[in-house]
Design a protein around this ligand. Structure first.
Ligand SMILES: [Zn+2]
Ligand SMILES: [Zn+2]
Length: 116
């Protein structure tokens, strides 16, 4: 009897931890299922692919920013163009890669491009 209760509790616990794979987007505050999360960033912040692609589009096309950091205020982790190819429009991706390339060439650091 006790075991049955314990087992039930344990299963409830398991279920709640499982659903916590769904993270909240730090931009739109919508719950994002694991499959729609943008994970190619080395910090713990999570965003949905739509928000992050809109964010990058704005940075690249309006502000001409090369080193794009995590949208979370105060987070300095940079986002690499190659990691975002699948979520960006091809024009944006190419433009950003161009900037990125010349940015590093100007600093004489082509080798930095390779070790992404
Ligand atoms: Zn979002
Ligand atoms: Zn971050």
């Amino acid at each position: 009897m006790v075991w049955a209760v314990l087992l039930q509790r344990f299963q409830c616990f398991k279920d709640t931890t499982k659903s916590s794979d769904d993270r909240t987007c730090e931009i739109c505050f919508e719950t994002i299922p694991a499959s729609k999360q943008f994970k190619s960033i080395r910090c713990s912040h999570r965003f949905c692919c739509e928000c992050i692609s809109r964010y990058i589009e704005t940075k690249v096309t309006d502000d001409n920013v090369v080193l794009i950091t995590c949208p979370q205020v105060g987070c300095k982790v940079t986002i690499k163009p190659l990691k975002c190819r699948t979520i960006l429009r091809p024009e944006t991706f190419i433009r950003w890669c161009d900037y990125y390339f010349f940015f590093f060439i100007e600093r004489g650091g082509a080798s930095q491009l390779i070790k992404t």
